[in-house]
Design a protein around this ligand. Structure first.
Ligand SMILES: Cc1cc2nc3c(=O)[nH]c(=O)nc-3n(C[C@H](O)[C@H](O)[C@H](O)COP(=O)(O)O)c2cc1C
Length: 317
């Protein structure tokens, strides 16, 4: 099937797709954009250092590797504070601003942030329009939603709230909050919205391969894709989809793990190295049986050097 993909965007993944992972993935792929982990907004204008910590790329004019623009994501429910913080992110160099209406975390939902807002499209409208009105008119405003909270019955209203508040782009993770991360993703609901709105749509959920990407494009009726866990499981997935590259062989992944280790050791999160490598291996296991073996070899190790010597041996085999 002919691949007609347009944009390929790296999904925000809190605790996983941080700056180091974004650097790694953008150094080997040509993403059109990365969305950052969310910045939680409650009732204040956050200091600049919070934005720099979340998105160190802001110090590089908002670019990751390969000149990939990054966009800060905000999560919150109070329209005025969301607007003020959105402006700050833009001033600091974020390439547009993304709003999170999909987070399923209980603590966030209890405080009326994230996916719980999908129950009240009017609140979504208020947040999006406050942020839109506060932001420079040429800055791109995007929102990220799920199909709904318990079911998809409000989807049309939610999409209409986002587009009538003049956001420029809308990513739809094609599952409800209740669905969690369980397969499948119901891409056809995005296709249904394509016929009802002119806002630029981005399809997200369960894209693990070129074949999935093609099916998603067909069902969702958009050729803009956002990759989440699939981008971690197959590190060059974006280029597989965009440029027809073959999936990366395990030997190359081993080199990547060593490079990742070097980045981690330099970064201020080096303390987390062993747990973060293990976390990545959990995703890599989904594509590479060898990752399972490596995981079992290092799972009890905490010492970075011991772990690295095992990975080094693998890469020289
Ligand atoms: C560990 C993890 C953290 C996530 N953090 C965020 C987040 O900060 N903001 C957000 O909008 N979505 C977040 N998501 C949802 C993803 O962006 C994406 O919508 C979801 O994983 C579905 O895409 P996938 O099936 O390709 O993984 C997260 C998902 C995972 C697995």
């Amino acid at each position: 099937m002919k691949n007609q993909v347009n944009k390929v965007i790296l999904a925000p993944m809190e605790g996983v797709a941080d700056e180091l992972m974004r650097q790694m993935l953008t150094s080997i792929n040509h993403y059109d954009l990365c969305i950052t982990e969310f910045v939680r907004i409650v009732d204040s204008l956050l200091p600049e250092r919070v934005f720099y910590k979340n998105s160190p790329e802001l110090l590089n004019n908002g670019f990751a590797k390969n000149n990939t623009p990054i966009r800060v994501q905000l999560l919150g429910q109070e329209p005025n504070w969301m607007a003020e913080n959105a402006n700050r992110a833009i001033e600091l160099g974020s390439h547009g601003l993304d709003l999170n209406f999909g987070c399923p975390a209980k603590t966030v939902n209890k405080n009326r942030g994230g996916a719980v807002l999908l129950k009240t499209p009017e609140d979504i409208y208020q947040i999006v329009s406050h942020v839109r009105n506060a932001m420079p008119s040429d800055a791109i405003l995007s929102a990220k939603i799920r199909l709904g909270f318990d079911d998809s019955s409000l989807l049309e209203e939610i999409v209409s709230a986002v587009s009538s508040a003049n956001a420029n782009q809308l990513t739809i993770h094609a599952r409800t909050k209740l669905d969690g991360y369980k397969p499948p993703a119901y891409w056809h609901h995005i296709g249904r919205m394509r016929e009802k709105t002119n806002i630029e749509l981005i399809a997200n959920g369960e894209i693990w391969s070129l074949n999935d990407a093609n099916k998603c494009i067909e069902e969702a009726k958009t050729n803009n894709l956002m990759l989440g866990r699939g981008a971690l499981a197959l590190p060059n997935l974006a280029n597989v989809i965009k440029r027809g590259e073959p999936p990366m062989p395990w030997s190359t992944v081993c080199h990547l793990l060593i490079e990742y280790a070097a980045l981690e050791l330099k970064g201020d999160k080096s303390y987390y190295f062993s747990s973060r490598l293990k976390q990545w291996l959990r995703y890599l296991k989904l594509q590479y049986p060898q990752a399972e073996t490596l995981f079992s070899q290092i799972k009890l190790l905490k010492n970075k050097d011991e772990i690295l010597s095992i990975v080094n041996k693998l890469s020289s085999n």
